[in-house]
Design a protein around this ligand. Structure first.
Ligand SMILES: [Fe+2]
Ligand SMILES: [Fe+2]
Length: 437
């Protein structure tokens, strides 16, 4: 160089992105994670295997935590907060992350996320961590490194789920692969996620083979279990004893397992109100859905550890179905109704299990109680918020709860004598098996 400058400068890559560029990229990642998790939540009722339902709930929570950290970081960077409400030039990209909600089948949904959207996010996070300044942008590095590790786990789970879904429905293979290719092509057309400037491409419109999403009226059930609507005799027969000792241990584990309905309702309501309520709704309901998946797993693990056979364990649908065809506010209402109805029994149950020397039932019930206390707060808060957003009286949240109680009791009263006889027989077989152990 023949000319010398009167200023100091050095060829350091640290200054590659200024504060504003950084915030633009993090905002893009926020909207991608947000859109992806809303799509995932909506599909929880439609997938049958229990491990996919609980796995999706966990991944939704991970995405919500990442999105929340991204959002806070964008605020820290003094990005005009008004702009965080807008997708801006990334609109077509974000729309694509939402488009997988209209996947034509379960395998198509799993493959398009596992093979296209998640790898795109993983690669972008990796590129971001490599190119950004670890000094100026240190706070992002901490949470984005965790998000990158979680993406690797999510991808391998989705790959495995997609393969097993294809194996169980081979007739959907061609359409699932075509859908996955269409998502990949659209992603390329809109410029990918990446770390470059927004492509501003106005590619949008529905994808061929898209099927407009509708909340399933009936939830898919894992075929390993004994399928039913009402999962224990006391649901349909108030005279049936709660039991004590071993019968109570069994009943409690079955209840925990059957909280699968709460995972499904959680996913449906998260997605239904994602664009109506503020971000904190998605953040709270993702956690809520994940917590219910932990309660479900607690029951499953206890039943398996006792050596019981899934084919003899009832897995019901009545609480989910009780709100089918209704305004989705009743899915939120159902969670609130059951949280507040059962919570007072939990400490006493935990004490009984302690007295039986059943440490794991005690442990699970005690942790469950702590979660449910938090959920009762979520329920009341968000029912009121939702009513307010709709221009209704927030104080009417209790009427939603009451109607939920009625919906459940109406559904239960439609139990057929055959169903009642069948669940009694199944329960007594299970109790008999447990006694012999
Ligand atoms: Fe729960
Ligand atoms: Fe709960």
């Amino acid at each position: 160089m023949s000319q010398t400058s009167e200023f100091l400068s050095s060829p350091q890559p640290r200054a590659r992105w200024m504060r504003f560029d950084t915030a633009q990229l993090l905002k893009r990642f926020f909207f991608c994670e947000r859109s992806l998790l809303v799509s995932e939540a909506a599909w929880i009722p439609a997938v049958a295997p229990l491990d996919i339902k609980t796995g999706l709930a966990r991944f939704i929570w991970q995405s919500a935590e990442t999105a929340d950290a991204l959002r806070n970081r964008v605020f820290e960077l003094r990005f005009p907060s008004r702009l965080l409400e807008e997708q801006g030039a990334d609109h077509a990209l974000i729309e694509l992350f939402g488009a997988v909600k209209d996947s034509p089948s379960v395998p198509a949904f799993l493959l398009s996320i596992g093979r296209v959207l998640l790898p795109a996010l993983r690669d972008s996070f990796q590129a971001y961590l490599a190119a950004s300044d670890v000094i100026a942008d240190g706070p992002t590095h901490r949470f984005l490194s965790l998000a990158l590790a979680e993406k690797a786990e999510q991808i391998s789970a989705f790959e495995q789920w997609g393969e097993s879904a294809l194996a169980s429905t081979p007739e959907s293979r061609d359409s699932a692969l075509a859908w996955t290719q269409a998502i990949a092509k659209r992603l390329a057309d809109v410029g990918g996620v990446g770390i470059g400037p927004s492509s501003s491409t106005a590619v949008s419109g529905s994808l061929p083979e898209a099927r407009a999403y509708a909340i399933p009226d009936r939830p898919a059930r894992d075929p390993r279990f004994w399928p039913c609507r009402f999962y224990w005799p006391d649901v349909v027969d108030p005279a049936y004893p709660d039991g004590e000792g071993m019968q109570l241990q069994l009943r409690s584990a079955i209840s925990h397992l059957n909280e699968v309905w709460a995972i499904e309702n959680g996913g449906v309501m998260l997605s239904a109100f994602a664009d109506v309520l503020p971000w904190e709704w998605i953040h709270n309901s993702a956690r809520w859905t994940y917590d219910e998946s932990r309660h479900c797993r607690m029951g499953y693990e206890r039943l398996m550890a006792w050596g019981l056979n899934p084919a003899e364990i009832p897995l019901g649908t009545y609480i989910y179905e009780g709100a089918s065809g209704e305004d989705p506010i009743y899915r939120l209402g159902m969670l609130y109704f059951f949280e507040t109805k059962n919570i007072r029994h939990k400490p006493a149950r935990a004490q009984l299990f302690h007295a039986y020397g059943d440490a794991v039932s005690e442990h699970d019930m005690d942790f469950d109680w702590a979660d449910e206390t938090m959920h009762a707060g979520y329920g009341k808060h968000w029912l009121k918020e939702l009513l307010a957003v709709r221009g209704q009286d927030p104080a009417a949240y209790d009427q939603i709860r009451e109607r939920c109680e009625k919906l459940v009791s109406d559904f239960v009263s439609a139990a057929t004598p055959d169903e009642v006889a069948a669940i009694k027989k199944t329960a007594s077989t299970l109790i008999g098996k447990a006694r012999k152990m």
